[in-house]
Design a protein around this ligand. Structure first.
Ligand code: WTA
Length: 635
C-alpha cells in the first residue's frame, strides 16, 4: 500500500479469546520478552537446548567480527537431524508430516517415516552424482512434495540449496545459476497453475543455454507432456530413485552450526539479485521457536502455510520449522481460485485445518468473490490465522477475521524478511491486536523506528525500521559479496551497529509497530519482492528499448502493479503492439510476476544531475499527486 492509502487506527483493539490465551505455548508475552532482553544469551541457549546437536556449542554468540555474527559456534548439527532424524526414534515417525493436494485433484501424504525414506533415497542419488558438502544445487520446481524432498536431501548431504521461485523465467534463472555456480539442478517437466502447464523444464533448458555451467539436471515428472531430455545431462527423478544406489539408508552429514544451509535470492536496490545466506544452527533454533510461539503449534494441529516453498516463507514455515516441530502440514499446488473460488475453504474443510497462514494479496483476491463461497464450507476447525508479505489493510484484516475466522481466530500479522529468516515483529496468540499492525517484536528481538540520525521517532511519526541487536537466524552475508552485505544493511547506522531493514514504519503510543512499506527500489507485487533494476534490464534487453524505468503503483488486490516507462532507440516508435511485445519479453526474461501492467513510451525520464532515475517523481505523476521537491532534477 502506498503512503496515500496507508491508514491506521491506533486505538482499535481486538482481544484474543480467553481459551486461546490460557492454552497458548506462551501465555504471557511481556514476561518472556523482558527475560529475553535482559539475558539474550541464556534465552537463546535455552531455546537451542530444545533441539538435538551432535555436539553442543562452545559459544552462543560470537560478535567479535560484527556484522559477521556467528551463532552456536563449535556446535555440530544438521537441520535434518532435527527435521527428520530425531522423529524416527519416537511415535512421531507414524505421524503425517505432509498432506499434499495437486491442482488436478491428485492427493499424496507422507508420514515422517516415509518422508525420511524418500529424503534418504534422494540424498544417495545426489551423492552418486558427486554432490558434496558445500556444493550448491539449484532447485526450480512447482509446489509438489518433491521440492521438499529435494531441499531436505541437499541439507542432509551438506549441499547448499538455492531455490528459484517458479514464477521466474529464463534470464532470472540464468543469473541465479551463474551467481550460485550450481553444477546440479533439480526441476520438473511442468507445474499446474489454473489448469495450465507452467513449462518449467523448458525454462531451465533456455536458462542453461545462457549459463552452461550446469552438468546434470534431475527432472521430476509432474505434468507428463513431452519434454526434450538432453542425453548425458538430464535424468528423470523416478528413474534415479529406482536405482539400487537409492537405498533408504543414508547418513546425515555432520555440519558446523555456521555451515551454509541455503542461498535464497531476493531483490535489492540495485543490480543483480542478492543471494541471502542462511546457516544450519541459528536458523533451526529461530524458525522452530517462532513457529511454536507465534502459531502455537500443538501435536494435533493441521498447519497450513499457503505460500510457495520458493519464497522465504516456504523455506522457514512450510519446510523447516514445521518439520522440526513434528507438525502436520498441508501443501497445495496451483491457484487459490481454481477450479472454483472456494478451493482454499474446501481444503480447510476437507483436512480440518486449524491454522492458516497466508498473504494480504490472497485475502484481498478471495474477498472479491464474496462471502457465499467461504460460508458454504465448514471452517469451524480454524483456531488461528496469519498474514505476511506486506501491510494488511484493515478492510482485508476484518474480512479475514470475521468471515473466515468467524470472529474467534486471532490474526498473527508477522513482519519479517528473507534476510531475517523468521518472524521479527509479530503478535503471539495472547497479544491484543490492532488491524494493520504487526504489533510487537518477538522475544529476543529489539527493533525501533528512527530518523536519519538514529533518534527514536516520536509516536506515530514515520521513520526507518532498524533492528538493534543480532538474532540467530539473521542472514550471514550476501553470497560471494561481503562488502555488499555491509553496505546494504549495516552502513546506514554503522556507528550504532544497527541493521537497516529497508522499510519505513511508525510506532504508536502503545509501542505497536505499523510497517508502511519499502524505502528502496523494491516493489511488492502480490507479496513477491521484485527489484526495479531487474525488470528494467529485462526491458532494455529488448532491441527496441534504449532506457527504462519501472515503478510500483498501488493496486487494490495485488498491493502494487508495475508501470514501465521506456525510451526507445532512434527509429523505433511506440505502439500498442510494441507494448504487448515488451510485456511478453519481460515474461520470458524475468518471469510472469514481473510483467508490467502498463507501458508508456517517453522521450525523457526524470533524473537527478548524477543520472539517477527519480522514480518518486514518476510515481507521483502516475498517481496524480504533487511531485514534491524537484530541486535535484537534471533539467
Ligand atoms: C514486507 C517476506 C508489512 C516488508 C517474509 C519487508 C511486510 C518485505 C510484512 C520482505 C508484514 C513482510 N507487514 N510488511 N507483516 N511482512 N513485509 O523478503 O516490506 O519477500 O521488508 O520476505 O516484505 O519481503 P520478503
Amino acid at each position: 500500500m502506498s503512503d496515500k492509502e496507508f491508514q491506521t487506527n491506533t486505538s482499535e483493539w481486538f482481544y484474543p479469546p480467553e481459551h486461546i490465551v490460557q492454552n497458548a505455548n506462551v501465555p504471557d508475552y511481556e514476561t518472556v520478552y523482558q527475560k529475553a532482553v535482559e539475558d539474550p544469551i541464556s534465552f537463546w541457549a535455552e531455546r537451542a537446548e530444545t533441539l538435538e546437536w551432535y555436539q553442543k556449542w562452545d559459544k552462543v554468540l560470537d560478535d567479535s567480527n560484527a556484522p559477521f555474527y556467528k551463532w552456536f559456534t563449535g556446535g555440530k548439527t544438521n537441520i535434518v537431524l532435527n527435521a527428520l532424524d530425531r522423529h524416527q526414534k519416537t511415535w512421531r515417525r507414524n505421524k503425517l508430516a505432509i498432506i499434499w493436494e495437486g491442482e488436478d485433484g491428485e492427493k499424496r501424504s507422507f508420514s515422517y517415516w516415509r518422508l525420511n525414506q524418500e529424503v534418504c533415497k534422494f540424498a544417495n542419488v545426489l551423492r552418486s552424482m558427486g554432490v558434496r558438502k558445500g556444493d550448491t544445487v539449484t532447485i526450480y520446481m512447482g509446489r509438489t512434495p518433491e521440492i521438499v524432498i529435494a531441499m531436505l536431501a541437499c541439507a542432509k548431504v551438506g549441499a547448499i540449496h538455492s531455490v528459484i521461485y517458479g514464477g521466474f523465467s529464463e534470464q532470472a534463472i540464468a543469473d541465479r545459476i551463474e551467481d550460485a555456480k550450481s553444477r546440479v539442478m533439480i526441476t520438473s517437466d511442468g507445474a499446474w497453475l489454473r489448469g495450465q502447464i507452467v513449462p518449467l523444464k523448458d525454462n531451465v533448458d533456455k536458462a542453461i543455454d545462457r549459463s552452461p555451467i550446469v552438468e546434470h539436471v534431475i527432472v521430476v515428472k509432474r505434468t507428463g507432456q513431452d519434454v526434450p531430455m538432453v542425453q548425458g545431462r538430464d535424468y528423470w527423478y523416478h528413474d534415479l530413485m529406482a536405482l539400487p544406489i537409492a537405498s533408504t539408508r543414508s547418513e546425515t552429514e555432520v555440519m558446523d552450526a555456521e555451515d551454509p544451509l541455503f542461498i535464497l535470492y531476493t531483490s535489492g536496490t540495485t543490480g543483480k539479485p542478492k543471494g541471502i545466506l542462511h546457516t544450519h544452527g541459528g536458523y533451526q533454533v529461530y524458525t522452530s521457536t517462532t513457529l511454536s510461539w507465534v502459531f502455537d503449534i500443538k501435536d494435533d494441529d493441521r498447519w497450513w502455510c499457503a505460500a510457495d516453498p520458493g519464497w522465504i516463507t516456504g523455506h522457514s514455515y512450510i519446510v523447516y520449522a514445521p518439520l522440526i516441530l513434528g507438525a502436520t502440514s498441508i501443501i497445495y499446488e496451483g491457484a487459490p481460485t481454481y477450479p472454483y473460488p472456494d478451493r482454499w475453504w474446501r481444503i480447510v474443510e476437507d483436512y480440518g485445518v486449524t491454522i492458516l497462514y497466508t498473504a494480504p494479496t490472497a485475502i484481498r483476491g478471495l474477498m472479491r468473490f464474496g462471502d457465499a463461497w467461504p460460508n458454504r464450507r465448514d471452517l469451524s476447525s480454524l483456531r488461528l490465522l496469519g498474514s505476511v508479505g506486506e501491510p494488511i489493510n484493515p478492510e482485508a484484516w476484518k474480512w479475514f477475521y470475521n468471515v473466515i475466522g468467524k470472529g474467534k481466530c486471532p490474526i498473527m500479522d508477522a513482519w519479517w524478511q528473507t534476510e531475517t529468516g523468521g518472524f521479527m515483529i509479530t503478535p503471539l496468540p495472547s497479544v491484543p491486536l490492532k488491524p494493520g499492525s504487526a504489533t510487537r517484536p518477538f522475544p529476543g528481538i529489539v527493533v525501533d523506528v528512527v530518523d536519519e540520525d538514529g533518534n527514536s521517532c516520536p509516536p506515530n511519526e514515520d521513520g526507518k525500521l532498524v533492528i538493534k541487536t543480532p538474532w540467530p537466524s539473521m542472514l550471514r552475508t550476501i553470497w560471494g559479496d561481503d562488502q555488499r552485505y555491509i553496505n546494504q544493511y549495516w552502513s546506514a547506522y554503522q556507528e550504532q551497529g544497527w541493521y537497516l531493514a529497508g522499510d519505513s514504519a511508525r510506532k504508536d503510543e502503545d509501542g505497536y509497530i505499523w510497517v508502511i512499506g519499502r524505502i528502496d527500489d523494491v516493489i511488492k507485487v502480490s507479496g513477491y519482492r521484485l527489484g526495479t533494476a531487474e525488470i528494467e534490464s529485462g526491458l532494455v534487453s529488448h532491441p527496441a528499448v534504449a532506457e527504462a524505468a519501472v515503478i510500483g503503483v498501488p493496486d487494490e488486490v495485488k498491493g502494487n502493479v508495475i508501470y514501465a516507462y521506456c525510451i526507445l532507440v532512434a527509429g523505433e516508435t511506440g505502439s500498442d503492439e510494441l507494448a504487448k511485445e515488451l510485456r511478453e519479453h519481460v515474461r520470458h526474461e524475468v518471469g510472469p510476476i514481473a510483467m508490467p501492467t502498463k507501458i508508456e513510451f517517453v522521450d525523457k525520464l526524470p533524473k537527478t544531475r548524477s543520472g539517477k532515475i527519480m522514480r518518486r517523481v514518476l510515481k507521483a505523476r502516475a498517481m496524480g499527486l504533487p511531485e514534491g521537491d524537484l530541486s535535484t532534477l537534471e533539467d
